[in-house]
Design a protein. Structure first.
Length: 401
């Protein structure tokens, strides 16, 4: 459908401008007239030749979704109709990808679809959790409250994810720098020393000979080494796409000596935060657990949650199957049990989530403090070891003189 840019004047003489979609110019003018606007300028917007190339379009970020949900909640709370609120938000949205999605949702809602069903057609932007909560809000008549809860949930979830990414990124960056520096030394610096030592005629010390041999191998096979690294990364990604591969790698990650306990705390915080948000929003417990399992991001946790769901369907409590898993600490299980007994499960889940999110912050700070000196020792030791190995023959010749 064509997009028209317009400039119009209100009854009070204020000049406004914007964009709208319409089948033709006549319909576009009628739409503006219905909004009590006097059209001063109206023309069809030129088509973007790259708009159908998906990978060149901007991605919809969590920040975009949070801003949208908060603004939409305010509009619904103020009494604006769904279609009018969506129209206003789509017109002022700067992200082109999100703008087009909101326009499509607006058209679907205008055509009689529910907001949840319209959003369900865009799973890359609105996941199962978002859609189910919107559906609960529409049924319960508290869409504005649900949108506020969603915005708060996304913000806290994004903060937790950022903390984990930050903890993982630092050691990976340092390791990458170390590998690049060592490779440069082996390929460009060591051969210079090798040529210098070739004229001496005496046997090289064992550490020096090892470094020289390693330099020859890397220099002669650098293309194969790079291709091998790329192949390993590609194969690991393909392996992770399979159900069995994800299960094994997730299990290994949870058993790692340093990162394992941290990932368990993240899993508990994410589970309790998501389930608490859904239950407090009126989503039935079985539906909520199914959505939480599918959005958990960890196959081991997903299986535990489905076990919990099966147990509840059979008349058991949530705490019983959780206590049998090694993923949830005893304190969390006991608090969930108390929440079930007192009828305040959503409140208790929120408190558990707050506690473990703080535990994650403390663990990340401790991990970063511990890794910094260890990585510096590794970086200094590896590069320093190469330098010392190459200077050993010089020290030997100096002592002989």
């Amino acid at each position: 459908m064509p997009v028209y840019t317009w400039v119009a004047e209100t009854r009070k003489g204020k000049t406004l401008k914007g964009e709208l979609e319409a089948a033709n110019e006549k319909i576009a003018r009628l739409q503006l007239k219905r909004r009590n606007l006097g059209v001063k300028k109206l023309k069809e917007k030129p088509k973007d030749l790259l708009e159908n190339v998906s990978f060149l379009q901007p991605k919809v970020t969590s920040k975009d979704i949070v801003i949208f949900t908060r603004q939409f909640s305010t509009m619904i709370d103020a009494g604006l109709p769904l279609v009018q609120g969506l129209t206003i938000l789509s017109e002022q949205m700067e992200n082109k990808t999100f703008k087009n999605i909101l326009k499509q949702i607006t058209r679907d809602v205008e055509g009689g679809s529910t907001l949840a069903d319209a959003m369900k057609k865009h799973p890359k932007v609105f996941d199962n959790l978002f859609v189910n909560l919107i559906a609960a809000g529409e049924v319960g008549g508290m869409l504005d409250i649900i949108l506020q809860r969603l915005a708060s949930y996304i913000e806290k979830s994004q903060k937790l994810k950022s903390r984990i990414k930050g903890a993982m990124t630092y050691p990976l960056v340092v390791m990458a720098i170390a590998i690049i520096v060592i490779t440069v030394i082996l390929v460009f610096v060591i051969p210079v020393f090798e040529d210098m030592f070739a004229g001496v005629g005496s046997a090289l010390p064992a550490p020096t000979q090892f470094v020289v041999s390693l330099s020859r191998f890397v220099k002669g096979n650098i293309h194969f080494v790079i291709a091998g690294i790329i192949a390993v990364i590609f194969l690991l990604k393909q392996y992770r796409k399979s159900r069995g591969g994800r299960k094994k790698t997730d299990a290994i990650a949870l058993k790692l000596p340093v990162f394992g306990p941290l990932l368990k705390k993240v899993a508990v915080a994410r589970f309790t935060r998501t389930l608490g948000t859904m239950i407090s929003s009126g989503v039935p417990i079985l539906d909520a657990l199914e959505v939480v399992a599918k959005t958990s991001g960890n196959v081991i946790l997903e299986e535990v949650i489905f076990d919990v769901r099966s147990s509840i369907a059979e008349g058991q409590t949530i705490a019983e199957p959780l206590s049998e898993s090694q993923l949830f600490p005893g304190m969390a299980v006991q608090m969930i049990s108390v929440g079930e007994a007192t009828g305040a499960l959503d409140t208790m889940l929120g408190k558990i989530a707050d506690f473990y999110e703080e535990e994650v912050d403390v663990a990340v700070d401790a991990l970063t403090s511990m890794l910094e000196p260890l990585l510096m020792v590794f970086l200094g030791g590896s590069i320093g070891g190469l330098v010392i190995a190459m200077y050993l023959p010089i020290f030997k010749m100096a002592s002989a003189v």
